[in-house]
Design a protein around this ligand. Structure first.
Ligand code: ATP
Ligand code: MG
Length: 236
């Protein structure tokens, strides 16, 4: 098991009342799972995604990642866990507009203080993997939406994280580009055994899940596991 949540509670104070954005949620994720998180607007999907690695602090509950509790550690230690082990992909791509493709992809490596030359080499290799070797010197605004999202994906995997957290990664893309990006995430998941947790509104995207969590009013109301394909089948 790579990730476990136990009785995860997140309350927001609002207008003198309390909102249970996550209401005692528990879940278990195995290494290599492709987790999809669905549910109506306001059901707590983004709160779940952002609270697991502490971008939002929980009200109570336990999160265990890679065998260690991370819900009760300092902000500094949490930042270290995120830098080393987590990649984030957001709906809005969140690329730095004045940096080129390769510079954007080098950011996580710069944060880890990896030497510049090595940063460049690794970022270039990942850009090759996502099929953007010929766009390394472009600025984000000079790329198509699908290309921008592939840059964002490259940036989320360049530091070889154990887990990718994606909030509506295809929300801003048309259906055919969405499929391209989803297939790509599946490939990353299979090639590198990187665990993925993806929030989505789309039933098509949810079909990519090997573990499907459905939220309603801050609770997991459905959780289903799909058997992983055997390697022999993958080659066909
Ligand atoms: N900072 C906040 N203060 C108060 N309430 C909040 C805050 N952030 C989120 N909420 C509430 O918590 C609940 C869950 O919000 P969340 O953003 O997790 O929903 P979601 O499932 O991601 O929705 P969507 O599909 O629209 O993105 C909602 O009722 C929302 O109004
Ligand atoms: Mg959301």
């Amino acid at each position: 098991m790579i990730l476990q949540g136990e009785n995860v509670l997140k309350q927001y104070h609002h207008n003198g009342g309390l909102i249970n954005a996550l209401n005692n949620v528990s879940f278990k994720v195995n290494k290599g799972d492709f987790v999809t998180v669905t549910g109506p607007s306001g059901s707590g999907k983004s709160t779940l995604l952002l609270s697991i690695f502490g971008l939002i602090r929980l009200t109570s509950g336990t999160i265990i990642f890679d065998g260690k509790r991370i819900d009760n550690i300092s902000d500094r230690k949490l930042t270290d866990v995120r830098k080393k082990s987590v990649g984030y992909i957001l709906q809005s791509f969140a690329l730095v507009p004045y940096l080129t493709t390769i510079q954007n992809v080098m950011i996580p490596l710069a944060l880890e203080k990896i030497p510049k030359k090595e940063q460049y080499k690794r970022a270039a290799a990942i850009l090759d993997y996502v099929g953007l070797s010929d766009r390394m010197e472009h600025l984000p605004r000079e790329l198509s939406a699908g290309q921008q999202q592939r840059v964002a994906i490259a940036r989320s995997i360049v530091h070889r994280p154990q887990i990718i957290m994606a909030d509506e990664p295809t929300g801003n893309l048309d259906p055919s580009l969405s499929l391209e990006i989803l297939d790509f995430l599946k490939k990353i998941n299979r090639d590198n055994k990187i665990t993925i947790m993806m929030v989505t509104h789309s039933p098509v995207a949810a079909e990519y899940g090997t573990l499907k969590l459905h939220l309603n009013e801050g609770k997991i109301v459905e959780s289903s596991k799909v058997k992983l394909y055997s390697p022999e089948l993958l080659n066909n």
